[in-house]
Design a protein around this ligand. Sequence first.
Ligand code: GDP
Ligand code: MG
Length: 394
Amino acid sequence: KPAQKADERKHCNVGTIGHVDHGKTTLTSAITKILAKDGFARYVAFDEIDKAPEEKTRGITINAAHVGYNTKFRSYAHTDCPGHADFVRNMISGASQMDAAILVVAANDGPMPQTKEHLLLAKQVGIQYILVFINKADIVDNEVIELVEIEMRELLSDYGYDGNTIPVTYGSALLALNGDESEHGAPSIRKLLDTMDTYIPSIVRDLQSPFLMPIDNAFTVPGRGTVVIGTMKRGIIKKNDNAELVGFGFSMKTTISDIQIFKKSTTQALAGDNIGVLLRNLKLKSVETGMILCAAKSCSLSNHYKAKIYFLSKQEGGRKKPVVSKYSQQMFSGTWNIACRLDLEPTMEMLMPGDHADVYLTLLEGMVMIQGQPFTIRENNVTVATGIVTEVAV
Ligand code: GDP
Ligand code: MG
């Protein structure tokens, strides 16, 4: 892989996930220690990570450390949460929006309940890339490591990842942190870092799917038509493509008359690009922020979504009373909002403030929302819940 110049260095969001005490924080610290030796990072000690100050994201409190480091190839922002509850809240609020997760599993324990719960959550919020690190290799025999690897690959497949191809590395974060240069020490961490550099694509963007762009803004160009502005979520958009404008119960056919990047006309744009799109024969008043511009027939409006939701505790400024099915409030996502009803699983009588659950959302009008899309629910302008879309029910 050719070395990139520093200014071409791509950024990547990663995080450590896995069962409590399996070594997530030790690994995070060890990574900075190894890279600090080569001048690519500042060494961040275990205690600094584990005692990260509370942060407020969308009104909720999460304990999370954000550690930055560079490899030869790119820069990483690494999220490590101290407790299981912090991890769940971080994922449900969409706070870290990880490109990839390092799933840490202790060789002496193998997969445990939180290993599975974190993996399920990672899949539900749309994390595409998982790397497994089998930790504590210093206290087990090699056969045990092999068995844990087999178990992990099966588990990954069970949760919808490709268990056969996902990279699995093993070693000892603790040995590495203590400067040990034997096989399970520092070399194992360097191997993990190499795997992160090669396995996670430089820019995680989806060019295969039909194009989709949430609309952030729209204005009229006299004599030409309506221009909609946004960032391409996925796919490739081309001039003269047939497209649809969908949202708020409304769907309208249109054609891509022109595409602009940095105010210059271009024939196509890719996922990740910030663009303006000229739509001829479209009135500005038919466009609303929160609508989606997508390839013709590629998106369906839906009033029904499944989501993971966390209700803020009373201490966090949330509700005092529990939520029951048919709870109706205004839902906010990105730059738009809509009236929404929330229903619990039939087996669940109520949801207490400070708790999380899988819920069903019914929106007043059909919208296009995608997996991993974060939202909040507010009562009288106060955020009482934060959530993330996990499934679309058309
Ligand atoms: P976390 O809860 O997943 O963040 O786990 P920690 O990083 O706090 O580690 C939990 C315990 O396991 C600590 O006592 C660590 O010193 C220990 N530990 C972490 N990595 C290793 C390792 O590679 N080998 C051994 N023997 N112990 C480890
Ligand atoms: Mg920890």
